[in-house]
Design a protein around this ligand. Structure first.
Ligand code: DAH
Length: 340
């Protein structure tokens, strides 16, 4: 019996050592220590032993049982520890791995143009101000000396929200805000969205962008205006680009002019794009701020004078990047935008 017990112990320990899962280990426990386990069965045969042998074998059997239990429990702990490590390996988060990273976009060509224009004017001593897209009729028309019967005020040209509130039809109301809020000398530019009731085609959109400029100080003259525009055009489009001032009418300036620049295609030589004239039409509108406008803003026209200009940013962007359809600027199609 001694031999049998020793063999059971050796076999049990070998089984324990070769168990590679908690399930198998439990199987080993049942095989040796369970109700019908090998050790249990041996113990049941104790009755057959002599009185002298019984306690000796009994003690040995207990020792073996304890030993097997000890081995089982330490093998169990080892396996649990190993499982924990494996799980942690699997759950490990590598924070240096980049997976499904959000793609970084870049500036829209319109924003790039606006920033370029703003930087140019900043370098000429202007500061950048902002104005709201929802404006009062007062700032958008009345204070700008635009008469009640002016065609631009018509319901079919302007998006009215109420009788007194509208979506600004140009950036010129920012002039009014600037002059009411600050005292001269003033040198500001302001870019942003503007709105007119236009049907969409490749050069028109009911939402478009303008940049407005305003200078008010003592002794500001038309010569200052012409020089400023000339420098701006040369900086933006190239040194060989010329400007041409054509008389025009705007209610808020007197005198007023529209400015053409050398044709972007032929730089002035004359080509089919400019119908042989050498000029690209209507880059911007400008003029000397009307005395009534100054007065409307509480500025003395006897003491101060000023010039102002406004230009369409969408058209400039289209010329700069060779875009032939204004709709492309607002469709937000990545295949288009990624080119810039
Ligand atoms: N507001 C005019 C427009 O939208 C553009 C303009 C013309 C702005 C003359 C000015 C200006 O500041 O002096 O057509």
């Amino acid at each position: 019996m001694r031999e049998k017990l020793k063999r059971i112990k050796e076999e049990a320990i070998a089984d324990i050592n070769s168990s590679n899962s908690l399930e198998k280990l439990e199987g080993v426990r049942v095989k040796y220590l369970g109700k019908k386990g090998q050790l249990t069965l041996v113990l049941r045969e104790m009755g057959k032993l002599s009185k002298e042998e019984r306690p000796v074998i009994g003690q040995l059997a207990n020792e073996i049982r304890n030993e097997i239990e000890k081995e089982l429990s330490s093998a169990g702990n080892r396996l649990k520890e190993q499982l924990k490590i494996e799980r942690m390996e699997k759950e490990k988060i590598d924070i240096t791995i980049s997976k499904n990273v959000r793609r970084l976009g870049h500036r829209h060509p319109l924003i790039t143009t606006i920033e370029e224009l703003e930087n140019l004017f900043i370098s000429m001593g202007f500061s950048v101000v902002l104005g709201p897209e929802i404006e009062t009729v007062e700032n958008n028309f009345d204070a700008l000396n635009t008469p009640e019967n002016h065609p631009s005020r018509d319901l079919s040209d302007t998006f009215y929200i109420t009788e007194d509130i509208l979506l600004r039809t140009h950036t010129s109301p920012v002039q009014i805000r600037a002059m009411k809020e600050r005292k001269p000398p003033l040198r500001i530019v302001s870019a942003g969205r503007t709105f007119r009731f236009d049907d969409v085609d490749d050069t028109h959109s009911p939402m478009f962008h303008q940049l407005e400029g305003l200078v008010v100080d003592e002794n500001v003259t038309m010569a200052n205006l012409i020089h400023t525009i000339d420098v701006f055009v040369k900086e933006l489009f190239g040194k060989d680009m010329k400007t041409r001032f054509r008389p025009h009418h705007f209610p808020f300036t007197e005198p007023s002019a529209e400015v053409d620049v050398s044709c972007f295609s032929c730089k002035g030589a004359g080509c089919p794009v400019c119908n042989g004239t050498g000029w690209s039409m209507e880059l911007l509108g400008c003029g000397m701020v009307h005395p009534k406008v100054l007065e409307n803003c509480g500025i003395d026209p006897e003491k101060y004078s000023g010039f102002a200009f406004g230009m369409g940013i969408d058209r400039i962007t289209m010329v700069k990047y060779g875009i032939n359809d204004i709709r492309l600027l607002f469709e937000n199609d990545n295949r288009f935008l990624e080119q810039f």
